[in-house]
Ligand binder design. Structure first.
Ligand SMILES: Cc1ncc(COP(=O)(O)O)c(C=O)c1O
Length: 439
């Protein structure tokens, strides 16, 4: 056996022993979904099966001058369709400029690797997405994290930087605040309005820069799905915003909304954006059509239905799990605040979210119990989430019915009740921490 084979095998076996060996699931059919209820899909608005989007897209394909490929990198080709989509997105999101990317991952890597300059500081929520971590890791910056969505912790960290770092104090060192508007694992919403205010107050020389990843807010929150930044009305306070198309929009790719200077800088330095082929014509058409749906009554109706489904699921879970020990299963703390539609009151309330984390040290057992009952939801464990935050992550879609949601809740509750009264032997096992590997 070669040294490489030995090393790769050992690495995979180690992951397996820790219970974190990923496997691509077996193929499943969209056409014949049987009776399986899928709560793993990030396509929040259920657009992949939308008849309106299908019609619009097929019509557009009939008259499009080209469908396949794109011919090269954006620095080599700039087709009308690509340029027109960027213009449309900049206008829609009320941003100075827009830059298309093949994926949100590429856009985050490019931005965080290249835009912060040597010696600058990235102040970030501890739960920011892996793509931001990957970008930051290869940047020549200092990284400072704060406890997830804890405004006081953020403020303390920011003040400490302003007091202790000479460059920050003088305004010569930039501080980039990296946050998600809706966090992908917890469904928590960042108090962006408070953060912006604090950045301006603590760094009055203008060297604080807000960068917001709106991947899980796009298409859902704000007028016609413009996101949380738009909901707060702080578009002009962001150095950059990322909207991805692979989630609510059921497409792929992303757009970075930023200033003309940063856009031009990324065109020259953002390797992950330009040593790659530009999105294909078909991809651009699909994104354009999905935005037409967002701007139509259908988009508003789907977003409304999604929020109603989220509210219904959260309220059902809170009631049904009220008598169950939180050692067995619970929701993250912010779910226990009143639900509100008013973003201004965050963080004292919470917005209904499509990401429902069922925190339990027995995540694999719960996912398996759900699967045995015909319900699909992922177990998520360390290192994707902290060791004591194992969970089953359920995502809600617009096309789910009340009956679908009732079914999920009743299976979760049935399992939780059984776990809440374990035999003394089971109890001893269940308290020691994350469950065994079952991925
Ligand atoms: C918060 C966040 N940012 C960025 C990305 C990456 O986006 P994409 O799937 O377009 O690469 C994701 C996707 O998982 C995400 O959840």
């Amino acid at each position: 056996m070669s040294a490489l084979t030995l090393k790769l095998t050992a690495a995979l076996e180690s992951r397996d022993r820790k219970g974190i060996l990923f496997k691509i699931p077996p193929p499943s059919s969209l056409a014949n979904n049987g009776n399986t209820l899928n709560f793993t899909l990030n396509e929040y608005l259920s657009l992949s099966k939308s008849p309106e989007l299908r019609r619009l897209f097929l019509d557009r394909l009939q008259t499009a001058p080209a469908l396949f490929g794109s011919g090269g990198s954006r620095v080599a080709v700039n087709w009308d369709a690509h340029a027109a989509l960027e213009t449309r997105l900049a206008r829609f999101f009320n941003a100075p400029t827009a830059l298309l990317a093949g994926s949100g991952y590429d856009a985050n890597v490019a931005f965080f690797r290249h835009v912060p300059q040597r010696g600058d500081i990235i102040l970030h929520d501890e739960y920011i997405h892996a793509s931001i971590y990957d970008g930051m890791r290869s940047a020549h910056v200092r990284r400072v994290s704060f406890t997830h969505n804890d405004f006081e912790a953020f403020l303390r960290a920011l003040r400490k930087l302003a007091e202790e770092d000479h460059g920050v104090m003088k305004g010569t060192t930039s501080v980039f605040l990296a946050v998600e508007s809706v966090y992908s694992m917890d469904g928590s919403i960042a108090p962006l309005n408070l953060m912006v205010k604090a950045l301006e107050e603590v760094l009055p020389k203008g060297n604080g820069h807000l960068v917001v990843d709106e991947a899980h807010a796009t298409g859902i929150y704000g007028l016609q799905g413009r996101g949380i930044v738009s909901m707060f009305g702080i578009e002009n306070k962001c150095l950059a915003r990322l909207h991805t198309f692979g989630k609510a929009l059921s497409c792929s790719g992303a757009v970075l909304l930023t200033t003309p200077l940063v856009r031009e800088y990324l065109v020259n330095h953002g390797r992950a954006l330009f040593f790659t082929t530009a999105p294909t014509h078909t991809t651009v058409i699909s994104i354009d059509c999905a935005f037409s749906i967002l701007e139509s009554d259908t988009g508003t109706q789907l977003a409304t239905r999604l929020i109603q489904n989220c509210t219904y699921l959260i309220e059902s879970l809170l009631v049904s799990l009220a008598d169950i020990s939180r050692d067995v299963i619970c929701l993250p703390p912010h779910f226990y605040r009143p639900l509100s539609k008013n973003v201004e009151t965050i963080p004292t309330t919470t917005l209904p979210t499509a990401i429902i984390p069922l925190l339990t040290p027995h995540a694999f057992e719960l996912a398996e119990h759900l699967a045995n009952s015909g319900i699909k939801a992922f177990a998520v464990v360390f290192p994707v989430v902290p060791k004591d935050k194992a969970r089953v992550r359920a995502t809600v879609n617009a096309d789910k019915t009340r009956e679908d949601i009732d079914r999920l809740v009743s299976v979760v509750v049935e399992w939780a009740k059984a776990m809440d009264t374990p035999s003394p032997k089971d109890k001893a096992i269940s308290c020691v921490g994350p469950a065994r590997a079952r991925l």
